[in-house]
Design a protein around this ligand. Structure first.
Ligand code: DGT
Ligand code: CA
Ligand code: CA
Length: 574
């Protein structure tokens, strides 16, 4: 439990008390305490463990000190649990909306039954809010705008999920008469693992026609705005879409600007200023003269840079690398030669080894590793030593039968709580490839969880650590790990780290990938497929890899089969 989390609990308590109209003095006390905790230089959990007196901290009395202990021990505290029972969970989100305080939220709840941002937005769009005494048209508009902002902060969509809507919209917009260029910009184009909203850019002879067509998209729930060159809508899936039409001569600048990221844009603008240029979404200007704008290459060129791939535009060193001519040549799907993490009907997969191998061959791969679960996961038929021998016989049979694809016999072996592995060294040693993974005891302390993984890497049979942090996007934080130690150990051991390509995992993340790359650690981009279609998840892994500056040379499944096998052999001798 870190200080931020404890502070959040107190902020939440204050908000809930306020919505319920309780004593303002108590509300303020919780907020003050939260602020103290937020800015505290030391770890509260440690202070409690050391038996230090918390009441010495400003704004923390006996009562709050006790609650802090309760949070550290139980994850929350009774008073908050009680408040959470009383107040519908969506109401607290409404506080983020400009123009809405606890009193008004209470009114909206009691008269219109509004409990979520979506309900608030719909009520505002339908004019129900301005009809309430004391609210009015102007406030309704403020609220509508506020909802959009609050939603943007609050709700993000997995890239793969957003993609289906983006594709559908592009297909639909392409049917509009007179449409010229179209591109989905923003975080979507940067392939960020989650997307806040979709930013579509078009050029057209008559932009207003495109807007007219856009708002007839069948999946629209609410049209927020509709002008001559701009429109914002909400889809029934709650994804917000911004459409902007720009002039041809500004298309490159607009595309660059709306692709972002904001920090990247700001850094580019600083470069332009240094060169005596002005840059905005309309172009790059020297005085009043537009010297670039039509395409993105020219925008970068105008500030003295080569083209930078959208995935790199996070101001994480790409501008310096571009200046020094050392931008990475990012890995592509075409570089991938095989998939090293797949399940079959032998454990919890839905297809046979043969079917998976043939599907991999159809993708043009030259190899696939069959890596079912190990025995500890008995509920999903995890394999024991005996079953592994039987599976080997089946794989040998298929190797003789199927041409054009190499089948590696592997396992996704469970890492037990103490870091030992779920199968004997002898059994593991008989396999072509071993990936090790944590599937239980997610809540161990940082120290224990870290040493657990370090120990697993020490087993000379282990080639790859699968989904190293265990996070599930938007659902579960990763295990508490000392990633620097993990990476350092992987480097020393020559252990490969997986980039799990499942759209809800994408584990390692972009930042960790770059760290791994910089340390010389090799990556396996793998789909963790449980059926044939899952093999197509590879491209989500590629997206994330590119955001992490990964090149083909960093990826073991970009190696030919012979090179791969020699690397796996070498690993096992360390
Ligand atoms: P998202 O939607 O939260 O996943 O992230 P983005 O990056 O798509 O952000 P969004 O939709 O707010 O804006 C799209 C792009 O527009 C953003 O990446 C950079 C650009 N942009 C937006 N606001 C600003 C700004 O205040 N300054 C600059 N320089 N660029 C901005
Ligand atoms: Ca966006
Ligand atoms: Ca946007």
């Amino acid at each position: 439990m870190v200080n931020q989390q404890i502070a959040q609990k107190f902020y939440k308590t204050a908000d809930l008390l306020e919505i319920l109209g309780e004593n303002p003095f108590r509300v303020r006390a919780y907020r003050n305490a939260a602020r103290t905790i937020e800015s505290l230089g030391r770890d509260l959990s440690e202070m409690v463990a050391n038996g230090e007196d918390l009441t010495k901290l400003p704004g923390i009395g006996k009562d709050l000190a006790q609650k802090i202990k309760e949070i550290i021990e139980t994850g929350s505290f009774d008073k908050l649990r009680e408040l959470e029972e009383k107040v519908p969970p969506g109401l607290i989100e409404l506080l983020k909306v400009e123009g809405l305080g606890p009193k008004r939220i209470k009114t909206l709840y009691e008269t219109l039954g509004i409990t979520t941002l979506e309900e608030l937005r719909d009520a505002a769009a339908q004019g129900k809010i301005s009809a309430l005494p004391g609210f009015g048209k102007k406030l309704e508009q403020t609220i509508l705008k506020g909802v959009i902002l609050a939603k943007k902060e609050g709700r993000r969509f997995k890239w793969a999920y957003a993609e289906s809507f983006a594709n559908e919209l592009v297909r639909f917009l392409k049917k509009a008469k007179g449409l010229n260029k179209i591109e989905v910009a923003g975080s979507f184009r940067r392939k960020k693992e989650t997307v806040g909203d979709l930013d579509i850019l078009v050029t057209a002879a008559r932009p207003e026609k495109i807007i007219e067509h856009f708002v007839t998209f069948p999946d629209i729930k609410t049209v927020i705005s509709k002008g001559q060159t701009r429109s914002t809508v909400i889809l029934s899936s709650d994804i917000q879409v911004d459409l902007r039409a720009v002039e041809e001569e500004s298309y490159g600048s607009a595309l660059h600007y709306f692709t972002g990221s904001k920090p990247h844009n700001i850094a580019i603008r600083a470069l332009a200023l240094k060169a005596g240029l002005k840059i905005n979404e309309y172009g790059v200007f020297k005085g009043n003269k537009r010297i670039a704008g039509r395409n993105e290459e020219d925008i970068f060129g105008a500030v003295g840079l080569p083209y930078i791939e959208p995935e790199l535009r996070e101001n994480r060193g790409e501008i310096e690398a571009a200046m020094e001519g050392r931008l990475p040549v990012l890995v592509t799907l075409d570089d991938i030669k095989g998939d090293l993490h797949c399940h079959t009907t032998w454990s919890d997969g839905q297809y046979s080894i043969e079917e998976m191998a043939l599907a991999a061959r159809d993708l043009g791969y030259s190899y696939i590793a069959i890596t079912d679960h190990s025995r500890r996961l008995a509920m999903i038929k995890g394999l024991d030593e005996k079953k592994l021998v039987e599976q080997r016989a089946e794989i040998d049979r298929l190797r003789a039968k199927i041409e054009g694809i190499h089948i590696l016999h592997g396992i996704e072996v469970d890492i037990l709580e103490d870091g030992s592995l779920d199968l004997s060294d002898e059994a593991l040693g008989s396999l072509d490839i071993v990936i090790a993974a944590i599937h239980s005891k997610f809540k161990l302390s940082k120290e224990k969880q870290t040493t657990r993984l370090l120990k697993a890497m020490d087993n000379p049979n282990v080639n790859i650590i699968a989904h190293p942090t265990g996070r599930l996007i938007g659902e579960r934080e990763g295990y508490d790990l000392d990633m620097e130690r993990i990476m350092e150990h992987a480097r020393q051991r020559g252990c490969v780290l997986e980039l799990n390509a499942q759209p809800s995992r994408l584990d390692l993340n972009d930042v960790h990938l770059k760290l791994a790359k910089d340390m010389g650690i090799k990556i396996s981009i793998a789909t963790d497929s449980h059926n044939r279609d899952n093999l197509l998840f590879m491209r989500f892994g590629i997206n994330q890899a590119r955001r992490g500056w990964i090149e083909a040379g960093d990826v073991i499944n970009c190696l030919s089969f012979q090179r791969l096998v020699s690397i796996l052999d070498k690993q096992n001798k360390i």
